[in-house]
Design a protein around this ligand. Sequence first.
Ligand SMILES: Cc1cc2nc3c(=O)[nH]c(=O)nc-3n(C[C@H](O)[C@H](O)[C@H](O)COP(=O)(O)O)c2cc1C
Length: 168
Amino acid sequence: MELYEAICKRTSVRKYKQEAVNKDILEKLVDAGRRAPSARAVEPWEFVIVNEKTVLEKLSAVAPNGSFMKDAAAVIAIFSHQTKYYLEDGCAAIQNILLAVADVGLGACWVAGDKKDYVVEVGNMLGVPQEIKLVGLIALGWPAEDKKQAKNRSLEDVIHWETFGNKK
Ligand SMILES: Cc1cc2nc3c(=O)[nH]c(=O)nc-3n(C[C@H](O)[C@H](O)[C@H](O)COP(=O)(O)O)c2cc1C
């Protein structure tokens, strides 16, 4: 699949088939994440892959905004050492993973991390050292819904040439 096609296809999928995603694919997704740009090339990220049902259920319970994680084939939790740009770097890795997800035909949804009060609890649950912070979670699986990409703001609306007021 062409990159632009994957970009246009990517959408948040929150319903998954009860079918496993194999280890090679999960590793490929993390491989896509680790290839993201990072400020000063520090690569501050750590990726914890969870596919044990009981842990997925616990994650759903602590993060009600990601309650669908319990039915996901896996969750990739993206953590970052607390460098100056830990959040930007972690988010770049997440977006790489979401595009790789679209490329292989999986469905996924970004579940907020960094600003949530469950940040420490999720870290403890997954045995992550205190100084490494949760950036976000990605629930994923084979899609059980045929979702089209959300209607985004139009190109005309968001584009500006040279200065904000110049639309042409
Ligand atoms: C930083 C961030 C946090 C998000 N957190 C959640 C979340 O906690 N739960 C959820 O269901 N979706 C979450 N999303 C997904 C957004 O709701 C989704 O991207 C948005 O509705 C646009 O839909 P689309 O991804 O299909 O284009 C998050 C997205 C981002 C970028």
